[in-house]
Design a protein around this ligand. Structure first.
Ligand SMILES: Nc1ncnc2c1ncn2[C@@H]1O[C@H](COP(=O)(O)OP(=O)(O)OP(=O)(O)O)[C@@H](O)[C@H]1O
Length: 216
């Protein structure tokens, strides 16, 4: 799925990911963990760019269209599967097919009454669940999520992450909550200052390794 060899990534003159090598195989679930600014988002964006057509993408900031309903924002995940004419007509009056699909999807991310409300009238957690719905509606094999459940309560977060796992062959997530990362992903990649500090099966990651990652 991904094979990076000694990759460095920079913004203007500043290198923020340094000499990283990382291979991710089909079927793996991988969590990137590490302190703020470690380079997790930058690395995820790079992974997204190398497999652009195969990725369901859930960014850190939901990036919803504020004046459109939750329904239409989720529908956007499937835009590329349909013609422009179909998409335009569906914007004016939703067709039965996508309407049913999106209702079912919305239920699965615990959005029921919110589906026809404007995105900018939803809470942060509701907006994040719309963004997850939009990513799920992309119906791709690989899910890349940058803190996809950071604004959702712990019980909902676990349910949503297991839904994401069920629906994708391969998942790569940046997660701040290391316990959640250990629960959800089989493999943990610890990043610090743009470099990989450890890359281990979840069962082998120790509390000391995690603590060291977050020490200044
Ligand atoms: N668009 C940008 N332009 C310039 N520098 C950036 C940009 N985005 C991120 N950076 C810098 O790159 C470094 C890595 O940022 P990145 O967002 O990848 O970290 P992160 O581990 O995802 O952090 P967080 O957990 O806070 O989201 C940081 O020093 C950040 O300031």
């Amino acid at each position: 799925m991904f094979e990076l060899h000694n990759i460095s990534l920079k913004y203007r003159e500043q290198t923020v990911v340094k000499d990283v090598s990382l291979t991710i195989r089909e079927g793996e679930s991988v969590a990137l963990v590490g302190p703020s600014g470690a380079g997790k988002s930058t690395l995820l964006k790079h992974l997204r760019s190398v497999q652009a057509t195969k990725i369901a993408w859930c960014p850190q900031h939901a990036g919803l269209v504020p004046m459109l309903s939750a329904y239409h924002n989720i529908y956007m995940g499937g835009l590329s599967r349909r013609s422009s004419l179909y998409n335009l007509a569906n914007l004016l009056r939703p067709f039965a097919g996508p309407k049913t699909e999106i209702q079912v999807l919305a239920e699965s991310v615990e959005l029921r009454d919110e589906l026809h409300r404007r995105a900018d009238e939803l809470s942060g957690g509701q907006q994040q669940r719309v963004a997850i719905g939009r990513a799920l509606y992309q119906q791709q094999a690989i899910f890349i999520g940058d803190e996809p459940v950071s604004a959702v309560d712990a019980i909902q977060a676990d349910k949503i992450l297991s839904l994401i796992s069920q629906r994708h062959q391969t998942i790569v997530l940046a997660l701040h909550d290391t316990e959640q990362a250990l629960r959800v992903c089989q493999r943990i990649v610890g990043l610090k200052d743009g470099a990989i500090v450890f890359d281990l099966p979840s069962a082998q990651v120790t509390a000391e390794q995690l603590a060291a990652l977050y020490q200044a």
